[in-house]
Ligand binder design. Structure first.
Ligand SMILES: [Zn+2]
Length: 651
């Protein structure tokens, strides 16, 4: 029942996409040609069914654009993704479909719909409105054109980032500060005796944190913050302009107003209020954090000022000096296999699950592992997920969860089980070591696994509400809440074991890790504020942006001097991958994630009672109701920002 990805070729991806589009078109055309009165069954249901066919086609074909090892497969899969996305735009722009759905919405049957179907209908009407069906034909056509253009820009941007290759070849001297196991994993440079440091996270991040050579840190960061710059700068500027043209035609003040209308925040003012409530306190904290880092820098470089390429390095030095935390030593207690097992153990207990590795699944690459998730009480399989965790040329370079099959109730009453994938870029095994995760990588794994559980534990009937299809500024709550477990001493001691000796992680090391957790929470959160504010500044104006100026202006939130000549935004995939006027959602959702975790903290972090309540009221419910209703049901009260502010040290 799992798709055979091993046999995927460029031809098969194109063929299955063609086939899906043809079937979807037949269904959709049937909505306007049946000649009878409009019912749910002949109007809304076929539109939904067509969407399901395309969602399946995405998971079996287009998804491989981010993951397949062969360039030719990736290329056609990206094309397929573009075709599928454009199809959605074509459908929502069609006048005859709008009229059919509208006719149904005025029928007597509409009054008798069960709640979830009434909600499906509401979303169709809402999306038709947001496609401009209240406007004249000329404007509607223009909107369709603009959206088509926007889809092309976004696809192109993402592809440029994924396919970007850059590196610096370094001598052994220039790698001073990095441990032998890091150097052992590097490829050879062009000149004999040099080592190639690429833009992959497992090579970039430790270098920026641990390399003593300040100039090489600057150079590597410069390259990393200029990925795909020449091609993507113009694409981003064009997308911002196009979005504002859409907002203008639809009568919204800005794209941010348009985007937030369908999110929890509802309006940019609410987001501004959230930022206002944290920025002054964070700036105060950051000033003290910076002073300590500056002092350390001056011991090495008298009279110099701390720069952006120094932050991670001296932060690491400070954790070493004040807490005795060596990231490479910590990683020895986080072999990937043990971390996965630990994550499974904890979530088994808390959410009443069992995991089973599927050895013989046909995947797209030998690195990929596949797991079945079962309900513990009856050992019934409920979902599957793929874990593709190491960097590869041309693969999606960040970490994210992808929908392969969306859960839903079929016409015959059976439930189609969800299938998801994590794509990430963690430290690979080497000749002498297994994959040893840095603490930050283990946190990322927990985060992405939160998305997987959200997607996989769905019980929603309607495909469009299943999995992580919640309001998009809530979607990072189920992921960020998972990170909290990684900081609990009893959790760490349960699974973190030395890769050679199998000794559990020493209690005092755990204590020091937890103690050092908030050492740079001011600077760290302000970096998130910078990214969110930058996104909002692009999408809160008239659409004509000077990217460089906007970027520099927002960068001041980081409290660090600007790195001249860099353009991080040209590889900032969120801005062109669904988080436009939405990056704020990480902080917005963290408020709720922290609030929900405070219930676990009070009632027991491994308490299955709370766990099942969270599973049933939040994870299982998708977008079947508004996120605020999940929160009220789980919390038994109105949500509060107390835990969030406390975690930021602002309360
Ligand atoms: Zn996430």
């Amino acid at each position: 029942m799992l798709h055979d990805y091993e046999s995927s070729t460029a031809q098969s991806v194109t063929a299955l996409t063609d086939d899906a589009l043809e079937k979807a078109n037949q269904l959709v055309d049937g909505v306007t040609t049946h000649g009878g009165t409009h019912t749910y069954a002949n109007t809304v249901a076929p539109l939904e069914a067509a969407g399901t066919i395309l969602a399946d086609a995405y998971g079996a074909g287009a998804f491989l654009g981010r993951a397949h090892p062969n360039q030719d497969v990736r290329d056609v899969a990206i094309e397929a993704e573009e075709r599928l996305t454009k199809w959605g735009n074509d459908v929502i722009s069609r006048r005859d479909l709008y009229e059919a759905v509208k006719a149904f919405s005025e029928s007597a049957e509409k009054e008798t719909l069960p709640a979830d179907r009434a909600r499906v209908l509401d979303e169709w009407l809402r999306d038709f409105r947001r496609a401009g069906h209240q406007l004249d034909e000329g404007k509607r056509e223009r909107l369709h054109e603009l959206r088509t253009h926007l889809i092309e820009l976004e696809v192109e941007f993402g592809k440029n980032v994924d396919e970007w290759q850059d590196h610096i070849d370094m001598t052994l001297d220039e790698l001073d500060g990095l441990p032998p196991e890091y150097i052992e994993r590097l490829g050879e440079g062009k000149a004999p005796g040099t080592y190639r440091v690429t833009m992959d996270y497992p090579e970039y991040t430790p270098f920026i944190q641990q390399a003593r050579n300040r100039e090489m840190r600057r150079k590597l960061q410069f390259k990393f913050w200029n990925r795909a710059k020449a091609a993507n700068g113009p694409l981003l500027a064009e997308a911002v302009k196009t979005r504002q043209q859409i907002a203008d035609l639809l009568g919204y003040a800005t794209w941010a107003h348009y985007a937030m209308e369908v999110k929890m925040a509802k309006s940019p003012d609410a987001v501004a209020d959230l930022y206002d409530s944290i920025i002054p306190g964070l700036e105060k904290r950051a000033a003290a954090e910076l002073a300590a880092l500056q002092e350390m820098l001056e011991q090495d470089h008298p009279g110099e000022q701390l720069q952006s390429w120094d932050w991670a390095y001296y932060a690491n030095e400070q954790r070493k000096r004040d807490f005795g935390i060596d990231p490479n030593e910590v990683a020895e207690y986080f072999p990937l296999g043990e971390v996965m097992e630990g994550m499974f153990d904890i979530t088994s207990d808390v959410f009443d699950l069992v995991y089973r590795r599927i050895e013989d699944a046909a995947t797209w690459h030998p690195d990929v592992q596949v797991y079945e998730i079962q309900n513990a009480d009856n050992e019934e399989p409920i979902a599957y997920f793929y874990a593709d965790l190491f960097p590869r040329k041309g693969k999606y370079g960040h970490a994210a969860a992808f929908p392969l099959v969306v859960g839903r109730r079929e016409e015959d009453g059976t439930y189609t089980k969800p299938v998801a994938a994590i794509l990430a870029n963690f430290t690979k095994p080497s000749a002498t070591q297994p994959s040893l995760l840095k603490h930050g990588e283990a946190l990322t794994l927990f985060h992405e696994f939160g998305h997987i559980l959200h997607f996989c534990l769905t019980t929603v009937n309607e495909r469009r509400f299943a999995g992580f299809e919640t309001e998009w500024d809530f979607v990072e709550a189920p992921s960020q809440i998972m990170e909290h477990w990684m900081w609990q001493p009893e959790v760490l001691q349960h699974f973190a074991r030395h890769y050679e000796t199998a000794e559990p992680i020493p209690a005092d090391l755990v204590e020091r890790l937890v103690e050092a957790r908030d050492l740079h929470v001011g600077l760290g959160t302000l970096r998130q504020v910078f990214l969110g504010k930058f996104d909002l500044s692009l999408h809160s104006g008239d659409g004509n942006v000077d990217l460089d100026r906007a970027y520099r202006a927002a960068y001041t939130y980081t409290q660090l001097p600007f790195h001249e000549g860099t353009a991080f935004h040209t590889s900032f995939g969120h801005l062109m991958g669904g988080y436009d006027a939405g990056y704020y959602g990480y902080q917005w959702a963290k408020v709720y994630g922290d609030d929900m975790f405070s219930v676990f903290r009070d009632e027991g972090i491994l308490d299955p009672g709370v766990g099942m309540r969270y599973r049933n009221e939040v994870l299982a419910r998708g977008a079947e109701r508004d996120a605020i209703d999940h929160l009220r049901a789980f919390l038994g009260r109105e949500p509060s920002s107390d835990a969030y502010l406390e975690n930021l040290g602002l309360r």
